[in-house]
Design a protein around this ligand. Structure first.
Ligand SMILES: *[C@@H]1O[C@H](CO)[C@@H](O)[C@H](O)[C@H]1NC(C)=O
Ligand SMILES: *[C@@H]1O[C@H](CO)[C@@H](O)[C@H](O)[C@H]1NC(C)=O
Ligand SMILES: *[C@@H]1O[C@H](CO)[C@@H](O)[C@H](O)[C@H]1NC(C)=O
Length: 621
């Protein structure tokens, strides 16, 4: 029989493909459940309100064997979410997981190992999901209930919110249910259910109801149906249910929900017209881009160029160790120029090294040389590697870039594949009002590139400042650009919980464009309802983590400390905290870390579905 000892001894430090396969087959052997354990009930319950989703996964498992058995709980949750609770119920006892500072949890783990008690650390990174996995020893003919809670603020992208629910119970389950309840004061304007689990016969198992401010989605597939979706089989379901919706947007100031002294403001006016943009694409053509990557980049670029509006201006630079201009200055996106740029894009070839510094500075120069009243400038960098020629010191590159851009326009960095130092790209984007996105090397990479571009394709506002008289402890209030299909979200505390004196305003270019004349602050819930406070905490922690990335030295430490304290207070598992799973005495300690998107992963640790994983799983029974 396989035991943890075997695994630990033979592959504690595995990093190779062999180890991955070994691990897969190990799990396959060990958890060839059917006859030994029975998931007799699996429920996923998601409640969404003011775009904040709280999801509880409850799995009830029985050990049908005559001997005790290690029973596993293994689920995937959206990357953007924070786990906030994990409990196990067994033999009349409740075992509550505890969120601790990462170092402290790590220490507990190390001590457990050195005392000869086994311990496990489990974490992994995928495209949109990450894993939670633990296990517990269950006596013969006994049951265990696992309950995991996670929370996330749904982000509006391309005009919609998406709640992704992943279901892979590992076997067909008699009592399987997904219940989603959505409540939005602004009114829900459409509701759709997508994802692999909505295909084939499983589609019949979905019921959706939309009634103005509320919506319900139920998904109750039978055991037979659970074998019939595109990626489902004898082992039951394996796939996503994606709930898609948007809310009504009538009032110009958006909607503000308040409860128990906290508010959250969603601002995404529908009445605006697009403003022309100036966009420069800086495209890496270094040797490492060869093959499919450069091919997909060409395809995406050609699509993107096609979608430029006539009033837009654009520039295109490719770079390796040198820089290649299509044109030295920005030109108008008329038919002739777009045609010629597409020809240039078709002929991009991979070669040479990577001089990110020079390329980005040149892109910034082109935008700076082309100021245009009432337009929005955007710099987009696509790269698949680290700087290898010219200036290669990352801090100096960042400081050069920051100086060149001087907060005049956002820089978006697209990191292609896993050879990039994503954290470097991420902090550089954040320092310049942008964001970084990873492009996964896969057959749909061109669609990922195009999808990202679409999110920023239509600027509607620049230099937005949100002001809240009577508000305090506000999350970010200044936004360099606002794009069609996205949304500005600000949360904060209402001073003395006094709604009467609370006055929100939106300023643009210091001219007032939206006032509070028609705003109503919706009061929801009762005094004990802390939901909006959790939205505030979630946003604050996310933004502190981003700020931390941009800083160094003592400033970084201060921000880190603040983020950690809030994570602990609200029991969020963030990159700074860990969940220590509490188990009956004598059992292995499990510590769960939330991995960072920037985490450098070994190529070989990619799972079969293109999801990168890394697992350290050592210990003894
Ligand atoms: C889902 O969770 C909500 C909020 O905790 C609760 O009110 C509701 O009863 C739950 N629904 C089901 C079907 O368990
Ligand atoms: C914004 O996007 C919506 C579709 O999501 C579209 O109907 C609308 O026309 C767009 N607005 C502008 C100004 O482009
Ligand atoms: C936000 O913008 C306003 C004016 O637009 C400026 O006065 C203020 O300093 C900015 N705040 C931050 C935190 O950058």
């Amino acid at each position: 029989r396989y035991s943890h000892t075997t695994v630990c001894a033979s592959c504690c430090l595995f990093n190779t493909l062999g180890a991955w396969e070994y691990l897969s087959s190990y799990f396959h052997l060990k958890f060839n459940y059917k006859d030994d354990w029975d998931i007799y009930s699996f429920h996923i319950n998601s409640t969404v309100s003011s775009r904040y989703a709280t999801t509880v996964i409850t799995s009830r498992v029985a050990n049908r064997m005559d001997e005790s058995k290690e029973i596993e709980f293994h689920v995937r949750i959206p990357k953007n979410a924070f786990i906030s609770k994990f409990r196990m119920f067994m033999d009349g006892e409740v075992y509550d997981g505890v969120v601790k500072a990462k170092e402290q949890a790590q220490q507990q783990y190390t001590e457990a190992v050195s005392r000869g008690q086994s311990a496990g650390i489990v974490s992994s990174v995928g495209r949109t999901l990450e894993e939670f996995k633990t296990s517990v020893n269950v006596a013969a003919h006994k049951k265990v209930t696992f309950e995991l809670t996670y929370e996330e603020l749904l982000k509006r992208k391309l005009g919609k919110y998406e709640l992704q629910i992943h279901a892979r119970p590992m076997q067909p389950v008699k009592d399987f249910k997904v219940d989603v309840y959505i409540h939005e004061e602004a009114g829900i304007n459409f509701l759709e259910v997508k994802g692999g689990l909505s295909t084939k016969a499983l589609g019949n198992a979905i019921t959706k109801t939309l009634a103005d401010k509320q919506a319900w989605v139920y998904f109750y597939p039978t055991e037979d149906q659970q074998k019939t979706c595109d990626s489902c089989g004898e082992q039951g379901m394996n796939g996503d249910l994606v709930i898609v919706y948007d809310v009504n947007r009538d009032t110009t100031l958006g909607d503000i929900t308040a409860s128990a002294g906290y508010f959250v403001h969603h601002f995404a006016p529908s009445s605006l017209t697009r403003i022309p943009k100036n966009v420069v694409f800086v495209i890496d053509q270094s040797g490492s881009m060869s093959g499919r990557k450069i091919h997909q980049t060409r395809i995406a670029l050609i699509h993107i160029l096609n979608d430029l509006a006539e009033e837009d201006f654009f520039g295109l630079i490719t770079f390796d160790g040198n820089i290649f201009h299509w044109k030295r200055e920005l030109v108008q996106a008329n038919q002739q120029n777009v045609g010629s740029a597409k020809e240039f894009a078709r002929n991009i070839r991979d070669r040479g090294s990577t001089d990110i510094n020079r390329a980005v500075l040149e892109g910034a120069r082109m935008l700076n040389a082309h100021p245009r009243e009432g337009s929005a400038s955007i710099l987009i960098l696509l790269t698949d590697g680290d700087p290898t020629s010219g200036e290669t010191n990352r801090e100096r590159i960042q400081s050069n870039v920051k100086k060149a851009i001087a907060s005049k326009f956002p820089l978006y960095c697209l990191g292609f594949g896993f050879d990039v130092n994503f954290e470097f790209l991420e902090s550089m984007s954040l320092q310049n009002d942008g964001v970084a996105r990873r492009i996964y090397e896969d057959s749909d990479a061109d669609l990922q590139l195009k999808g990202f571009y679409e999110e920023v394709a239509t600027p509607l506002l620049t230099d937005v400042t949100m002001i809240y008289i009577g508000g305090t402890n506000l999350t970010q209030t200044n936004f360099s650009q606002y794009y069609n299909g996205s949304e500005i979200v600000v949360a904060g505390q209402i001073t003395d919980n006094n709604i009467e004196t609370f006055t929100p305003q939106v300023l643009r270019n210091t001219r007032m464009t939206f006032t509070n004349t028609d705003v109503t602050v919706e009061l929801t819930g009762t005094i004990s309802d802390n939901r909006i406070q959790r939205v505030w905490a979630y946003l604050t922690v996310k933004q502190l983590l981003e700020k931390e990335l941009q800083l160094s030295g003592p400033e970084k430490e201060t921000v880190k400390k603040e983020a950690m304290e809030l994570s602990l207070k609200y029991s969020f598992v963030t990159p700074l905290t860990s969940m220590v799973v509490t188990k009956p005495p004598g059992e292995r300690t499990d510590v769960l870390h939330k991995p960072k998107e920037g985490e450098r992963l070994d190529h070989h640790s990619q799972g079969p579905d293109g999801e990168a994983k890394f697992i350290i799983f050592c210990g003894r029974d």
